[in-house]
Write a protein that binds this ligand. Structure first.
Ligand SMILES: CC(C)(COP(=O)(O)OP(=O)(O)OC[C@H]1O[C@@H](n2cnc3c(N)ncnc32)[C@H](O)[C@@H]1OP(=O)(O)O)[C@@H](O)C(=O)NCCC(=O)NCCS
Length: 504
C-alpha cells in the first residue's frame, strides 16, 4: 500500500517507468532515486516520519509541475510589442552619453594626427621668452605699463567729480561736462599714444586699450548710478521722506554693512569696483561669506595652465597656418584661401574656447573669490543658442548687463524703437571691437566693425529661417568660420602693409 501510494503521488513519468518493470532506483527524484527514497523511508523511520516525507515529495513534485507549466507558457508569450527604434526622434530616447564620448575620442585621435603632422613639419616652435617681445620692443621703454598706471588719474577725477556733485559744489551740468571730458580723454589719450609711439607693440597696445575700455565702461556706470541716487534722494526729499537714510541694522549676505549714498564715494569703494569682475556699479554688491582657499587655488592653477597652453598652441599651430595663408591671399587663389580658412578655423576655435573658459570662468571666478564678490553669473549657456540674439545675450554677461542697463533700456525709455535701440547697441559694440583691433595694429580696415554689424542681419536670418538644432548649428558655424575670416583679413592686410613694403 505504502509503495503504491507513494508511486501514485509521484510524477506520471515515474509511474510509467515502474510499470515498465525497470529498476526504480535509476529514476531520479531530486537527486535520489524514488526506490532509494522509499526503501530508506520504510526501513529507517516510523509512520509519522514517512507521512511527512511523503508530503514533502508531493509538494516538490507539485512545484516542479507548476514550474514546467509556467516555462511552457513563457515560451509562448509574445516577444514583440509596438515600439520605435532608439534613433528615431519619436522614441523619446535621449541618452547619448556614449556617442558624446565617441565624439571626444574621435576629436582627440584626429587632433593627435594633426599634432604629429605639425611637429614633423615645423619642429618645436614654442618659445615662452618670445612672449615678452610681444609686449616690449625696447626693454628700457614700457609705454603700455606707464599708460596703465596713468589710468588711475581718470578714476580719481571721476571720484572727485562725484564728491563735488554730492556736496552741491558742482551743478549737474558741470559734473556731466567734467565726466564727458574725462571719458573722452580716456578713449583718445591711449589711442593717440599707441598710434604715435613706435615702441608700443600691437599686443601691448591691445592690452592698454582693453584696460582703458573696461575702465571707461565702469566709470560710465559709476556716473550713472550716482546720478540715479541723487535723483532718488531729490524725489524723496520732495515727498518729505528721510532721503539718504538706511536702516542701521541692514547687512549684506556676507555680513558687511550696507552703504548709502553719498557714503559710497570713498577711495576704498572705488578701488573695489575697479577690480571687481563687473562693469555695472552698485552701492552694495552681493558678497560671499568667506574666501574658499581650495576654490581660489584651483582657479589660479587653471588660469596659469590656460595662459601657457594658449601661448604654446598659438606659436605651434596658429602662426604657421597664418603664415602659409599669405601667398594664397595675395594671389587671390579662392580654393586655396578657403582651404587655409578652414584649416585655421579648428585651432582658432579651440583657442577661443580655451580663452572663454580661462577668462570667463577661471580668472573672473578667481578675482571674484579674492574680493568675495557674490554674483558669479559671468556667462550663461550660450552653447545652446538657437538664435544669434540668444548668443549675444548670454556669452558675455558683464558686457550684456552694461549694454542693457546703461544704453539699451535708457534708449527704450526715451521712446526709441526696439530695433533702433538694438542697432545702436550693436553699433557701439562694433565701434569698440574696431577700436581694440585697428588702433593696436595701426591700420583701419573695418573688418571687426563690419563683423559686429553683420550680426543684426544674421540674427534676423537665423531667427526667421532656422529653428532648433539648425539654428544652433548656424550659430556655431558663424562663430567657427566668422572669427578666422576676420583674423585672416587683418593679418593679410597687416602683412601687406608692413612686410611687403619692407621686402619691396
Ligand atoms: C542689444 C541687446 C542689449 C538686446 O538685449 P535683449 O535681451 O535682446 O533685449 P530685450 O528687448 O529682450 O529686453 C531686455 C530688457 O529690456 C526690457 N525692456 C524691453 N522694452 C522696454 C521698454 N520699452 N522700457 C524699459 N525696459 C524695456 C525688458 O523687460 C528686458 O528686461 P529684463 O532684462 O529685466 O528682463 C543685446 O542683444 C546685447 O547685449 N547685444 C550686444 C552684446 C555685445 O555686443 N556683446 C559684446 C560681447 S564681446
Amino acid at each position: 500500500m505504502g509503495d503504491s501510494d507513494t508511486k501514485g503521488a509521484l510524477a506520471p513519468r515515474r509511474r510509467v517507468t515502474s510499470a515498465a518493470g525497470k529498476s526504480a532506483s535509476m529514476l531520479p527524484v531530486n537527486g535520489k532515486s524514488a526506490a532509494a527514497c522509499e526503501s530508506s523511508v520504510t526501513a529507517d523511520y516510523g509512520h509519522g516520519k514517512r507521512d511527512r516525507s511523503l508530503e514533502t515529495v508531493r509538494a516538490k513534485s507539485k512545484s516542479e509541475k507548476q514550474k514546467r507549466r509556467s516555462y511552457t507558457s513563457d515560451r509562448l508569450s509574445s516577444c514583440h510589442k509596438t515600439q520605435e527604434s532608439l534613433l528615431s526622434s519619436g522614441s523619446g530616447y535621449n541618452n547619448y552619453r556614449g556617442i558624446l564620448n565617441w565624439c571626444v575620442v574621435m576629436l582627440v585621435l584626429s587632433n593627435a594626427r594633426l599634432f604629429l603632422e605639425n611637429l614633423l613639419r615645423y619642429g618645436v616652435l614654442v618659445d615662452p621668452i618670445q612672449v615678452i617681445s610681444l609686449f616690449l620692443n625696447d626693454p628700457y621703454n614700457w609705454p603700455a605699463a606707464c599708460l596703465v598706471i596713468v589710468s588711475n588719474v581718470f578714476v580719481l577725477v571721476a571720484l572727485y567729480t562725484e564728491r563735488q556733485l554730492s556736496k552741491g559744489s558742482f551743478t549737474e551740468l558741470v559734473g556731466f561736462l567734467v565726466h564727458c571730458m574725462n571719458m573722452a580723454i580716456m578713449l583718445t589719450l591711449p589711442a593717440a599714444v599707441v598710434l604715435l609711439v613706435p615702441c608700443v607693440t600691437p599686443v601691448g597696445g591691445a592690452f592698454v586699450l582693453g584696460t582703458y575700455t573696461i575702465l571707461f565702461l565702469k566709470l560710465y556706470s559709476y556716473k550713472d548710478v550716482n546720478m540715479w541716487c541723487r535723483e532718488l534722494s531729490t524725489i524723496k526729499a520732495k515727498t518729505l521722506a528721510r532721503s539718504l537714510s538706511c536702516p542701521s541694522a541692514q547687512h549684506l549676505n556676507g555680513g558687511d554693512p550696507k552703504v548709502c549714498y553719498p557714503g559710497n564715494l570713498t577711495i576704498r569703494d572705488m578701488c573695489y569696483f575697479v577690480f571687481a569682475p563687473t562693469l555695472c556699479y552698485e552701492l552694495n554688491f552681493p558678497r560671499s561669506p568667506h574666501i574658499r582657499m581650495s576654490f581660489l587655488l584651483r582657479r589660479l592653477f587653471e588660469m596659469l595652465f590656460f595662459i601657457q597652453l594658449l601661448v604654446a598652441l598659438t606659436q605651434q599651430w596658429m602662426i604657421p597656418i597664418i603664415q602659409s595663408s599669405m601667398k594664397p591671399l595675395e594671389d587671390m587663389d579662392l580654393s586655396r584661401m578657403t582651404e587655409r580658412l578652414l584649416r585655421l578655423a579648428v585651432p582658432n576655435h579651440l583657442l577661443w574656447l580655451m580663452f572663454f573658459y580661462g577668462f570667463f570662468h577661471s580668472s573672473m571666478n578667481f578675482t571674484a573669490e579674492l574680493l568675495r564678490f557674490g554674483d558669479r553669473r559671468f556667462y550663461n549657456d550660450w552653447w545652446n543658442s538657437e538664435t544669434v540674439t540668444y548668443f549675444w545675450q548670454n556669452w558675455n554677461i558683464p558686457v550684456h548687463k552694461w549694454c542693457l542697463r546703461h544704453f539699451y533700456k535708457p534708449l527704450l525709455r526715451r521712446g526709441f524703437s526696439k530695433i533702433l535701440s538694438q542697432s545702436a547697441v550693436f553699433f557701439l559694440s562694433a565701434f569698440f571691437h574696431e577700436y581694440l583691433v585697428s588702433v593696436p595694429l595701426r591700420m583701419f580696415r573695418l573688418w571687426a566693425f563690419l563683423g559686429m554689424m553683420a550680426q543684426l542681419p544674421l540674427a534676423w536670418f537665423v531667427s526667421r529661417f532656422l529653428h532648433g538644432t539648425y539654428g544652433n548649428a548656424a550659430v556655431w558655424i558663424s562663430i567657427i568660420i566668422g572669427q578666422p575670416f576676420a583674423i585672416l583679413m587683418y593679418v593679410h592686410d597687416y602683412y601687406v602693409l608692413h612686410y611687403r613694403q619692407e621686402a619691396d
